[in-house]
Design a protein around this ligand. Structure first.
Ligand code: UTP
Length: 307
C-alpha cells in the first residue's frame, strides 16, 4: 500500500529558553532569519516537497504564528492604497502558502508529546515532521529524498547529519548498518543526547522525519526520558528494533546546509550565510564582512566585550 504523503506536522510549542529574553512573549520560530521568520522557511520547504496540508503544534504565545499565515487586512489595504506592490507581495507570501491547521500542545512535555498531538489530524497514514526552528537550505535536497525512501522502503525515515564527535551529546545519535546506497543507512538503535563516550556514532538526528503512523501507539506509552520529556527518539528506538511491527527505521544522510535557529550561535551564522547569498543584500554585505573580519584579529573593541 503506498499513499502519497500529503501532511506535514511542524512542532513549534517549545519554550525556546536558550533564546530568552527574546522568546519571553514570542515563539522562537518567529525570530527573523534575514527578513523572514524561521517558520516560514520551514513551511515553504514542506510545500516545495508537495506537502500542502500543514499542521502546526503551537504552545503559549501561538498568536504570532497563526497571524503570520493569515490575512492582515489593514496592512494589505494600506499598501494597496500606496500602490506598493512589492511590499504587498511580501505580506501575501505566507498567506496562501499552505492549508494551515493548528493544534495546541498545552504543557510542552517534549517533542514526542508534541508529535502525538497530531494523531487526530494525521490519522492512519505516513506523514512528515519538520522542526520549526531547523532550516534546510532550499538549494539542497532533503525532504523529497526522505519521502522517496519512505515510499520505496515502507519504513520510517530520519535525517542524519555527520557532526564533530564532541558535539554528538547535543543530539539524538544513531547506531547504523550501511546499505547499498552511500546516503542511506539502516538504523539499528538510537540514543537521545548520549555522553560522548557512549555515542554509537557521530551521526546526529536533525529536524526532519517521515514517520509511519505506528509511532502514535508507541508515543502513547513512551515514558518521559532525557530531561524528563517524552522523547521522539525513544519511540523511534522502539521502531528501529521492532522491524516487523513498524517497518523499521532508515536514515538519509544529509550533506547540505542546515541552520539550527534555536541555537544563538547557529542563528547568527544562518543570518550571515543566507544574507551573503541573497541577490538583494549579498553584493553589499560581502565586502563589508571581509573588512569586518580583518579587524577581528586586532585587540578587543574599545570598552571591552559586551555581556
Ligand atoms: P527544542 O528542544 O529545540 O525546543 O525542540 P525548546 O525546548 O523550545 O528549546 P530550548 O532548549 O528551551 O531553547 C525542538 C523542536 O520541538 C518543538 C520546539 O518548538 C522545536 O521546534 N517542541 C519541543 C515542541 O513543540 N514541544 C515540546 O514540548 C518541545
Amino acid at each position: 500500500m503506498t499513499t502519497r504523503i500529503s501532511k506535514a506536522v511542524i512542532p513549534a510549542a517549545g519554550l525556546g529558553t536558550r533564546f530568552l529574553p527574546a522568546t519571553k512573549a514570542m515563539p522562537k520560530e518567529m525570530l527573523p532569519v534575514v527578513d523572514k521568520p524561521a517558520i516560514q522557511y520551514v513551511v515553504e520547504e514542506a510545500v516545495a516537497a508537495g506537502l500542502h496540508d500543514v499542521l502546526m503544534i503551537t504552545g503559549r504565545n501561538k498568536n504570532a504564528l497563526e497571524n503570520h499565515f493569515d490575512r492582515m487586512f489593514e496592512l494589505e489595504a494600506l499598501l494597496e492604497q500606496k500602490g506598493d506592490r512589492n511590499k504587498l507581495a511580501k505580506v501575501n507570501e505566507s498567506t496562501d502558502l499552505a492549508d494551515m491547521h493548528y493544534v495546541r500542545q498545552g504543557d510542552p512535555r517534549g517533542l514526542g508529546h508534541a508529535v502525538l498531538r497530531a494523531r487526530m489530524h494525521v490519522g492512519d497514514e505516513p506523514f512528515a515532521v519538520l522542526l520549526g526552528d531547523d532550516i534546510i537550505d532550499e538549494r539542497d535536497v532533503l525532504l523529497e529524498r526522505m519521502l522517496e525512501e519512505q515510499e520505496k522502503r515502507g519504513a520510517s525515515i530520519v535525517a542524519l547529519l555527520e557532526v564533530d564527535p564532541s558535539q554528538i551529546s547535543m543530539y539524538g545519535a544513531a547506531e547504523i548498518e550501511t546499505t547499498d546506497d552511500p546516503d542511506v543507512v539502516r538504523i539499528t538503535g538510537l540514543v537521545e543526547k548520549p555522553a560522548v563516550a557512549d555515542a554509537p556514532s557521530n551521526l546526529a538526528i536533525i529536524g526532519r522525519y517521515v514517520l509511519r503512523p505506528e509511532v502514535f501507539d508507541i508515543l502513547e506509552r513512551t515514558p518521559p526520558g532525557k530531561g524528563n520529556e517524552i522523547q521522539l527518539t525513544d519511540a523511534l528506538q522502539e521502531m528501529a528494533v521492532d522491524v516487523e511491527g513498524t517497518g523499521g527505521v532508515f536514515g538519509v544522510i544529509f550533506r547540505g546546509r542546515r541552520y539550527d535557529t534555536g541555537d544563538r550561535l547557529d542563528y547568527i551564522k544562518a543570518i550571515i550565510q543566507l544574507a551573503a547569498d541573497r541577490k538583494d543584500l549579498g553584493a553589499e554585505l560581502r565586502p563589508w564582512l571581509h573588512d569586518f573580519v580583518s579587524t577581528l584579529d586586532a585587540e578587543l573593541p574599545a570598552g571591552g566585550l559586551l555581556d
